[in-house]
Ligand binder design. Sequence first.
Ligand code: TMP
Length: 355
Amino acid sequence: MQVGEFATPKAIFEDYAYFSSQSASWLEHCRQYSEDIIAKFDPKTVLEIASNDGGLLKCFQKAGVTVLGVEPATNVAEASEKIGIPVINEFFDTKVASLLPKQDLIVGNNVLAHVPNLNDFIAGMHLALAPEGIITMEFPYLQNLLKELQFDTIYHEHFSYFSLASVQTAFSRHGLKIFDVDVLPTHGGSLRIYAAHQGTQECTDRLLTLKLQEDTNNLDAFKKFADESQRYKRVFLRRLTDFKDREYLKHRGGASFNPKSVSIVAYGAPAKGNTLLNYCGVSTEFIDYCVDTTPYKQGRFLPGSHIPVYHPDMLKETKPDLVYIQPWNWSDEILQKLEFVRRWGGEFLIRTRYR
Ligand code: TMP
């Protein structure tokens, strides 16, 4: 699935705000993956495309595997070099691939959606892959996007949203065969596909079963998705309004009541949070401020809504009444971290499907 609006990769990645190591559960996901894949395929060399700040490659390096990252965002690549991960600071394409030694394992997590020239990107992987090598790629699954109403994950950094069928077609054009798949809970439901050169691996039963279950080539599902997304906006606005009004009425008439003190703040500043806030037209009249652990995001403003972003310590200082958790994909980890908010009677709002 593709949408016509996007920003140029150069504009996005020149100065990139996303550092994947901010999430402990993502680092644990990487550690587990590296252990499993080493046990299964025993790679001697691994290339990670879009290696970000190096969290995943560090796991391979510790296990004695020769690692190399390709990462277009200079500031993020520098963070990875600081922890001793070699990085080529470029967009991955056939030109870069032709200069690399052949790799036993090529990994790309949450990169496929960001690629404008998908054919050249996949052809590059074909070029850089050793004859018996394996590729694994993780990406949010279109089936879940539709089912769970994840319209907020559709934004200008993403060029494509993949089903299993569409990614198989794209890979097969370049001599690569997808032979296995894992269904993962990450980022609201992802697929991890396993690919290799044509003729080297047999398809697994679970791949064939998942393919048969797929229902993403159905126009009615998309129409329903659009209607339900509009309903989501109404319900979300109602929740915020009800909360603000309920608290307002509770305190109204109190001697020193200040309407501003009925506070809602946002926790986390993920890209998808901005899609949601801007679509719903929510700004500082509802949300006083946002906090995020990424130093790079602190002291800035959320695009469009212009909500200021601070260090999470701000929560303890201002004791908000409601904390709206924006990165719903990390909500378990975040709720644990924010247990202290309950001490002053603070409540949480997490984005759900709102049926
Ligand atoms: P993501 O959903 O695209 O991974 O973005 C998550 C954002 O939330 C990112 O800016 C880091 C931030 N974050 C926190 O501030 N605290 C946390 O505990 C976690 C897990 C993420």
